[in-house]
Write a protein that binds this ligand. Structure first.
Ligand code: KG4
Ligand code: ZN
Length: 374
């Protein structure tokens, strides 16, 4: 089966074409059959495009929804044509379309949905509505993300698993029993973790998106073994639940900057930027790891999955690697290029959901849902 994946929930216009082969198991165990069962699936990527609009949004200090919509509308047909050329397949070989229908920016989501539905109508193809966060959960199940003639196996995590989703819009700890079987155990009470990275970066006059910038400065502080002269809170680290709060941490950075700089934030020294970046990164990492450890214990998890743009952060990544090692369970992390928004994770979530019966494809009848939850 050849699937076209489409992702337009934020500021990336992403498209892919992936071919999958599903092995039917007649002798599957009770645990591994029925709705939500994890299928044995082989895949090869025929084409994959991620077109970032970040340079256009940077001057607004964040993603501007109507600009994102305009750019998606402009770029989708151009990128789709290129995708077909890259893939070497004819349009009529596509068997189904998977598209993000939420959560995200509604004007942006609609562009992908309308494009998918029109194409579905033209080619008489089913269209699968995909939850973007489910995409982030399955992104780590790809072994290889290069275009290839060779088929590879989709990784099969042991359930129950704990999935930690850390992105620009979400911070969630999710119990995963199988495809489509999700229970949110904890989430942020205010800002998402990526949003906190972006806001703290903005306070220090660093460009959008702030995550990679903070990451860079923190890394310099670590390499230079910069002395530790500041400290920030670890919000809710002892709260005994699995919720997060990052807005107080952001305010703590603001007060610290005021104390050190008065109102002249324009002249923050590189040393202070490095120190704040490292301390901020340490704070969010400690909180994330402590909550995840608790979730793993309380749920007797057999594996740990981490997804979302923030897992591109090297320090956080290494902390999760150590945690999984200590807990003695396998860790699933997205390959480079698959932590941020992409169409491969959307296609895979759609394919897995259809095979396991948790989503029914439909040519029409679904809409963009900005606040869609798992
Ligand atoms: O998953 P994603 O691409 O989009 C959403 O669905 O939100 O995540 C984007 C977020 C942004 O807040 C960005 O600053 C953050 O991921 N991010 C990082 C890093 N790279 C991207 N945060 C920390 N360290 C990074 N290296
Ligand atoms: Zn995302």
């Amino acid at each position: 089966m050849i699937t076209l994946g489409i992702e337009t929930s934020c500021d990336e216009t992403a498209l892919c074409i992936i071919e999958t082969e599903h092995e039917n198991h007649n002798n599957s165990s009770a645990e591994n059959s029925g709705i939500g069962a994890f299928p044995t699936l082989k895949y090869r990527i025929l084409a994959n495009i991620i077109h970032s609009q970040i340079d256009l949004h940077r001057e607004f200090g964040g993603v501007f929804p109507m600009l994102a919509k305009r750019e998606h509308i402009k770029n989708l047909p151009i990128l789709y044509k290129k995708l077909l050329e890259d893939s070497g397949i004819a349009e009529k070989e596509i068997g189904q379309i998977a598209v993000t229908h939420g959560p995200g920016l509604e004007p942006a989501l609609w562009t992908g949905i309308v494009f998918a539905k029109e194409l579905g109508l033209k080619l008489a193809l089913p269209v699968i509505p995909v939850n973007h966060m489910e995409g982030h959960i399955v992104a780590s199940l790809f072994d290889m993300v290069e275009v290839s003639k060779e088929f590879k196996k989709i990784k099969h995590p042991d359930f129950p698993a704990i999935a930690v989703l850390i992105s620009g819009g979400h911070t969630e700890i999710v119990a995963v029993e199988g495809i489509g079987k999700y229970k949110i155990l904890g989430s942020t009470l205010d800002d998402a973790i990526g949003e906190a990275f972006d806001k703290v970066a903005r306070m220090m006059n660093l460009p959008y998106p702030g995550g990679p910038e903070i990451s860079k400065f923190a890394e310099m502080a670590r390499i230079e073994h910069l002395a530790k002269t500041i400290s920030l809170p670890r919000p809710m680290i002892h709260s005994k639940d699995l919720n997060f709060s990052f807005s107080g941490l952001k305010t703590a950075v603001l007060y610290l900057l005021k104390e050190k700089q008065g109102d002249s934030v324009a002249e923050i020294s590189d040393i202070l930027k490095k120190e704040i970046a490292r301390e901020f990164e340490d704070s969010v990492t400690e909180v994330l790891i402590s909550k995840t450890r608790l979730a793993l214990l309380e749920n007797e998890a057999h594996s740990l999955i981490v997804g979302g743009g923030v897992i591109a952060n090297r320090h956080i990544r290494e902390a999760f690697i150590r945690l999984a090692k200590d807990a003695g369970i396998p860790l699933y992390l997205p390959a480079s290029g698959l932590s941020g928004d992409n169409a491969l994770m959307i296609a895979l979530a759609g394919i897995l959901s259809c095979i396991s019966g948790t989503i029914k494809p439909s040519e029409e009848g679904f809409i963009a849902k900005g606040n869609l939850s798992l």
